[in-house]
Design a protein around this ligand. Structure first.
Ligand code: ZN
Length: 331
C-alpha cells in the first residue's frame, strides 16, 4: 500500500516541517465526507494523489441509508435521495453528520483559512431540507462550484493531468538529449580515427571554418532531420553538447573504452611496454607508451595507447608516469 504524508492538524500549518509529518495510506482515507480531513491540511506533495483517490471513488452516496428526520420549521423533514441522481457527480451525504456535502468543492474550493471555506457544502455540511431543491440548484450554478467541478473533470482526464504532462515532457527531453549526445559522439569518432584536431581557430557563427568537430556536426545536421531538429540552433543554449569541455569528456570516455578493449585483448598473456620520450616543439618532455603483446591468434600486436608529459626522463619519473597512466597504485 502506498504511504503518504499528512499534516496532523491545522494548528501546525504555520510551523510545518518534515518532523510534523505522519504517514498515512490511501486505504485509510475516510469515505464519509463528515469525517474527512480538510484537503488543504494534507502535505502539498500528496494532495494531488489524495484528490485523485477521492475523485476516482466518486461522491459518497449511501442510498440505502435511513436518512434522519430533522426539525425544519414546524415539520420534520429528511434528505430526498432523488437528489443523488440529479447531482450524481458531486452530491454527497454524511451518515456521521446527517448532512449534505459537495465532493468537487471539498477537493478544489480555494482555501481561505476558515473551516469549510465559508460554504456549508464543505466543512460542517448542509442540513437545510426546507429549501433543499433551490439551494442545491443554486450551489450547482455557483461560480465557485463550477470552477471546482471543472478542475475535477481535468483531474479525471489523465492527459491533462500535470503529472502526465511532466512525464511526457521528461521523456521528450530525454530523447532529445540522447540524440544530441549521440551526434556529438559520432562527430568525435571521425577526427579521432583520422588523427585530426577537433578545434578551429575561429568557431564563431560567421566563421567559414569552425574546425573539424563543429563542421562535421553541421554537415550531419544537414543530412539528418532528426539530429537537426534538436541540435545546434535547435538545442537549448546551455545544453548544446558542443563545448570544448564536453568534447574532451567524450574523447576521454572513448580513450578509456579503447584501452579497456586492448587490455581485454591481452587477457592474461604476457605483454611489454615500450616507452620512448622526446621533446615536443615547445620543449616539453613527452613520453609515448606502446603495448606489445601476442594475441589469441598468435599475432604480434603493438598498440599505441597514449602520450604523457614528464618533468624529466629519469627512470623513476617514467615509471611514475606509466603507473599514473594506467591508474596503478604507485607504492
Ligand atoms: Zn460544489
Amino acid at each position: 500500500m502506498e504511504k503518504y504524508l499528512k499534516r496532523p492538524s491545522t494548528l501546525e500549518m504555520g510551523s510545518y516541517s518534515k518532523k510534523h509529518c505522519v504517514e498515512i495510506n490511501l486505504g485509510d482515507l475516510p469515505a464519509d465526507p463528515g469525517l474527512r480531513t480538510r484537503i488543504w491540511d494534507y502535505h502539498p506533495n500528496v494532495r494531488e494523489q489524495i484528490r485523485r483517490e477521492y475523485a476516482l471513488k466518486g461522491p459518497c452516496q449511501p442510498r440505502e441509508h435511513n436518512f434522519r428526520l430533522l426539525p425544519c420549521g414546524d415539520k420534520l423533514r429528511q434528505f430526498n435521495r432523488a437528489w443523488f441522481d440529479r447531482y450524481s457527480t458531486w452530491l454527497e451525504y454524511s451518515i456521521k453528520k446527517e448532512a449534505v456535502y459537495c465532493l468537487c468543492c471539498y477537493l478544489f474550493k480555494p482555501d481561505n483559512g476558515k473551516q469549510g471555506g465559508g460554504d456549508s457544502f464543505v466543512g460542517e455540511g448542509f442540513t437545510n431540507w426546507k429549501n433543499q431543491a433551490s439551494l442545491l440548484e443554486k450551489h450547482d450554478n455557483s461560480t465557485a462550484h463550477q470552477q471546482a467541478s471543472r478542475k475535477c473533470l481535468d483531474l479525471m482526464n489523465q492527459n491533462q493531468h500535470i503529472e502526465t504532462t511532466i512525464n511526457k515532457q521528461t521523456d521528450k527531453a530525454r530523447i532529445e538529449y540522447r540524440t544530441r549526445l549521440g551526434a556529438s559522439i559520432d562527430c568525435s569518432w571521425f577526427p579521432l580515427r583520422q588523427g585530426l584536431p577537433f578545434r578551429g581557430h575561429d568557431e564563431s557563427e560567421k566563421s567559414s571554418n569552425k574546425g573539424n568537430f563543429l563542421e562535421l556536426l553541421h554537415w550531419l545536421c544537414g543530412h539528418n532531420e532528426n539530429v537537426e531538429a534538436v541540435t545546434l540552433k535547435s538545442a537549448p543554449e546551455n545544453l548544446k553538447m558542443i563545448a570544448p569541455k564536453i568534447q574532451r569528456d567524450i574523447v576521454s570516455a572513448i580513450s578509456i573504452e579503447i584501452i579497456n578493449t586492448i587490455i581485454r585483448d591481452i587477457d592474461d598473456s604476457l605483454f611489454s611496454i615500450l616507452v620512448d620520450e622526446s621533446r615536443d616543439i615547445s620543449s616539453k618532455e613527452q613520453m609515448a607508451i606502446v603495448l606489445r603483446y601476442v594475441d589469441k591468434n598468435g599475432s604480434v600486436i603493438e598498440r599505441f595507447v597514449g602520450i604523457e608529459h614528464v618533468t624529466d626522463t629519469f627512470a623513476l619519473s617514467l615509471k611514475a608516469a606509466i603507473d599514473g597512466f594506467f591508474f596503478l597504485d604507485m607504492d
